[in-house]
Structure formats: structure tokens, C-alpha cells
Design a binder for this molecule. Sequence first.
Ligand SMILES: Nc1ncnc2c1ncn2[C@@H]1O[C@H](COP(=O)(O)OP(=O)(O)OP(=O)(O)O)[C@@H](O)[C@H]1O
Ligand code: NI
Length: 250
Amino acid sequence: MNSKLMIKQLSVFHQQTNRILIDSVNLSVDEGEVVALVGASGSGKSLIAQAVLQLLPDNLRQTGILNYQSRPITKKDRGQNIVLIPQSIDALDPLMKVKKQIQSLLPAPHSEQKVFDLLGRLGLEEEVASRYPFQLSGGQARRILVAIALGSAAKVVIADEPTPGLDVDSKTDMLSLLKEVKASGKSILLITHDFDVAVDLADRIAVIKDGKIIENTLKENFVGKGERLFHPYTKALWQALPKNLFIRSL
Ligand SMILES: Nc1ncnc2c1ncn2[C@@H]1O[C@H](COP(=O)(O)OP(=O)(O)OP(=O)(O)O)[C@@H](O)[C@H]1O
Ligand code: NI
């Protein structure tokens, strides 16, 4: 298989208590594919992203295999080959203006024009480049984080909760930005608790519950009342989507 990113038997433990937070997770993302990882708050989604990027805090320990293009992932892959759109906009450096921030993460040559072009693609004015992060709205800051991913040379993007608490219009905007990231040929691991975002964007959907993947299936299997789905939890998520609510009453 042509896996860009492969996660094999990944487990994450709490060092002191040995409590298991991620339990033998297998997940892969092929070239140009969007795989959504869906689960409730606290199910372990961000821990998987952190483990892949070698960013787990010191009190946690990981076991298992993490590969980028069939070889082990190292810290050097971070930003180079695998880029994270982080869950928190606090990830932006508060002391660095937007332009410098984007330039420092783009592959050379990172001209001013390149920054403006990127901002333009994301529907942001050039003037935004000269602001500090605290002068941005939440939605603008999120777009800057996507801009960094879009402009980077990395072939794999991990987007951790890109649509939290956005209103319908901002969510639609964010979805089209992510579609643009996909159209640029990158593979995406899309982390979200928002099931309709997953169904809209992904080729394949994996569902995580209490640190375990309980379903991993092609988007095509999300049809009808969910007869083709394996786990009752996934069926419930599918049936609860607003567009499917009528099905339940049939
Ligand atoms: N550094 C840590 N030490 C101990 N427990 C942790 C640590 N980080 C996360 N956890 C626990 O691991 C579990 C999974 O956390 P994680 O952040 O991956 O959830 P999540 O699915 O991303 O949730 P959300 O949707 O709220 O972002 C939670 O129970 C959390 O409390
Ligand atoms: Ni999270």
C-alpha cells in the first residue's frame, strides 16, 4: 500500500499510574486521502496527533510503530513532512507578527508576495500580515494556521479540531479551505468531534471511543440507516445527523 502515514499498534500510557489512554490504535492515511478521526471529547484524538508528531508530554509514554512513507517518523519530520494544524490558536507565537510567523514556516524562498498570495487564497487582507496574533479574531487566527499548513512543503497535514465552535458560515469557509489543502495533493488526518464535518470532507472515517478505534470504514458505507456500519455508536452518530433525522422516523 501507498501509505503516507501509518500508525500501527499505538498505545499511550500514563507514566505514573500506567493508565492506558490510547489502546492499540491502527490507522493509515494513503496518498491524497482524507481520513477523519471522530470521537467525543477526551476520547484520545489529540493524543494520537501528539504521538505522531513526537510531541507527547513527559508524563506519557508511547509504544507502537509510527511510519512516514514506510520509515519511522522522527522529530525532523515535524513541519518538514508532517504539519500540524493545532487545536489551539495559542500555538501562534504571541510576540511575532503574522507575516514573520508564516515566513518562518514556509519552505524557502519565502518572499513577502508569497505570504500575501497565501493570505489572499484564505480570504484575508494583506494588512493582516502586519498584525500580532492578539489582534486577530479567532476565525482569522485559524485561517493563519491553515495558511501555514497550505504553504508548507509537508505532504501530510494533521488538522486537530479545525472547526470548534465556528458559526455555520465560518465552518463552511473552513471546510472549503481544507478542501483546498486536499486539492493541493496533501494527505490529511482530520481530527474532529463534528461528525458532519467528517462526512463532508473525508474519504474514510475512523471512530475512536475511550482510546480505541471502534470503526474504520469508507465514506461510501455511510448510507441509508447505517446498515453497512459496524458499531452501534457509529450508527447512532450517523442517524443523529440533521439530514438523517427523518430516516429514524421511517
Ligand atoms: N498529559 C496528560 N496527562 C494525563 N492525562 C492526559 C494528558 N493529556 C491528555 N490526557 C487524558 O487523555 C485523554 C484523551 O485526551 P485527548 O486530549 O487526546 O482527548 P481529545 O479526544 O482530543 O478531546 P477534545 O475533543 O476535548 O480535544 C483524556 O482523558 C485526557 O484527560
Ligand atoms: Ni483534542
